[in-house]
Design a protein around this ligand. Structure first.
Ligand code: CDP
Ligand code: CDP
Length: 225
């Protein structure tokens, strides 16, 4: 069967990674969580006390950093210089700083180049903010996931509680709105829908419904490739 590339973009907590993982599993494709890559670099900068606004320092840091994504039975694990940092990169400090790191030009260029290598041979589902516009502009299927900010904050809140993490709905909503603003307003590869992306508002859809819709579109694209 022909393999296609699937790009899933959208704002924070729209359901991108959950759906991308489900689709990748169903199609036996590689799943690439590009947000986790920016988070891993942010985590390293915090640990090493590097000024995240210093473009040259951040570029140097990334060039001396390996980031690997490894599938496991517990979802995708993120390895930073050989160490599993899958949990550490979801912490509050990383979340609050990651959009600043992701706006650094040299960081974006290097990350995009690494992500393009993952997607080189097709058979990939990649999620992020600039996948349809920049990383895989030729992807056969591009999805832009949306949901109201209240719903997205509630979903994250529920997820945190389920995982036993501390969570405050109002703070979460503020954090999501701020990150969306930073991601949409940055100069390089801002968060935006690719012209040929299909917009899907998931506000009233379950994760299974979203996955089924995307899977059907993927199947059509595979059959006509
Ligand atoms: O899962 P969540 O929506 O909270 O975020 P994420 O996908 O883990 O991405 C974290 C941050 O990385 C985003 O807020 C963006 O600032 C940045 N990012 C990006 O700039 N470009 C991407 N392709 C993916 C993430
Ligand atoms: O990757 P992204 O930040 O876009 O979102 P996510 O981490 O995949 O989804 C955030 C949370 O919303 C997860 O707990 C999902 O299970 C949940 N979700 C949902 O309940 N219904 C949807 N239609 C989409 C996501």
């Amino acid at each position: 069967m022909k393999k296609i590339s699937i790009a899933i973009d959208g704002p924070a907590a729209a359901g991108k990674s959950t759906v991308a993982k489900m689709i990748a599993e169903k199609l036996s494709y590689i799943y690439v969580d590009t947000g986790a890559m920016y988070r891993a670099l942010t985590y390293k900068a915090i640990v090493k006390d590097i000024d995240i606004n210093d473009e040259m320092a951040m570029e140097r840091l990334l060039l001396h950093t390996t980031i690997e994504l490894k599938p496991s039975t517990n979802g995708q694990l993120i390895f930073l210089d050989g160490e599993d940092v899958s949990n550490q990169i979801r912490g509050e400090e990383v979340t609050n700083k990651v959009s600043t790191v992701a706006a650094v030009k040299a960081v974006r260029e290097e990350m995009v180049s690494r992500q393009q290598k993952f997607g080189m041979n097709g058979g990939v589902v990649m999620d992020g903010r600039d996948i349809g516009t920049k990383v895989m502009p030729n992807a056969e299927l591009k999805i832009f996931l949306l949901a109201s900010v209240d719903i997205r904050a509630e979903r994250r809140h529920r997820e945190n509680i389920q995982k036993g993490f501390p969570s405050n709905l109002d703070i979460l909503k503020e954090e999501i709105m701020l990150r969306d603003k930073q991601d949409s307003e940055r100069e390089i590869s801002p968060l935006r829908k690719a012209e040929d992306a299909i917009e899907l508002d998931t506000s009233t859809l379950s994760i299974e419904e979203v996955a089924a819709k995307i899977f059907n579109m993927a199947r059509e694209r595979i059959e006509t490739k």
